[in-house]
Design a protein around this ligand. Sequence first.
Ligand SMILES: [Mn+2]
Length: 388
Amino acid sequence: MTRIFHVADTHIGYSAYRRIDEATGLNLREVDTYAAFKQFVDYAVAEKPDVIIHAGDLFDSVRPTNRAISFVLGQLIRLSEAGIPFVVISGNHETPRLKETGSVFSLFEHIPNVHVVYRNKYELVEIGDGDRNLRIHAIPHCDDIAGEKRKMQMLLNDGSDSTGGFNIGVLHVGVYGAGKQTFLMDEFNEQLITIHDLTNFDYIALGHYHKYTRVRDDVYYAGSTERFSFNEVTEDKGFLEVRLSEDGGREVVFHELRTREMVDLEPVACGALDEHEIKRTITDRIQECNPEDKVVRLKVLDIPVHVYHSLDFDELKRLTRSAVHFEIKYEFLRDSELLAAERPSFRSLHTEFEHFMEKYAVDVHLDKKRLDELGLRYMQEWERESEE
Ligand SMILES: [Mn+2]
């Protein structure tokens, strides 16, 4: 039996929010991506699979920091010393737009047992020999994915008379037309393929789609090793163990990794609540979820503007401070009576500001929610002062 560990989308170097890890001084979410990958490597070193296949987006960016590179280097050396072959293709996140930029993967090229595939074209990586021979057909992120895919299938068909061993495909792609389902991330430069014309593989290891998914009996996404947005809040994160036997048997097992807790709380629907109830429900939701060390989102729907203005933001901050990140998203009630009462040519300053902020594109590094909050607060203070 041959055992393959299929992992993908580790996005090493990703960082988010403002929380710093006290031990290292690094962004805590960055440290989380390191921890998830290290957990995987620890498991692999203990379990010694015949090969590890990483299906792309090992790094989060084309130019990872020295820290991210040195972390990955250390982990790959551990695998190398344990004698575990590691095959990795470049994904859309780490593939430079200009070839002159060069690939970070070239740094790992000379480590024994490490095979990096990043040259904009299909490559065949062969591991082992005889019955345990693994022919790994690897396509990195490239300019002509359809052409490289055809080339891969052709080469596989040509070599299919060779005896023993397994043919494994590895790609970093979105898939469409698989059982009427489409798997994509809606990213700017993602590659999309169909898979109906990929045949005679013993297994195809996909990367890119962050949710662990069986696409076809022989085609799987391993999913990412951490949650990178609230879209992934309900997904288990981990990697796949694929067991192939010489008689054609195939078993795929998902192994979950321990990751940072991410919670999307039940929204507070303000519609039927009075001001007091709204405030109490928000506070209750926060306290019930015990936000310590978690990434949390709470939506507050249809909150009347005057209630929003009377919230105790300092208190809310105090209640949510122990979270790694606590996001409260307010959606305002559009009170038709209130709007009708206003002269159409001149809406309240608050409403004008809200409309302005909705349309105003702020620099990505600025926290728009905080800007919203501050603007509204300053206006409220100014109003109070001018009333006195
Ligand atoms: Mn990707």
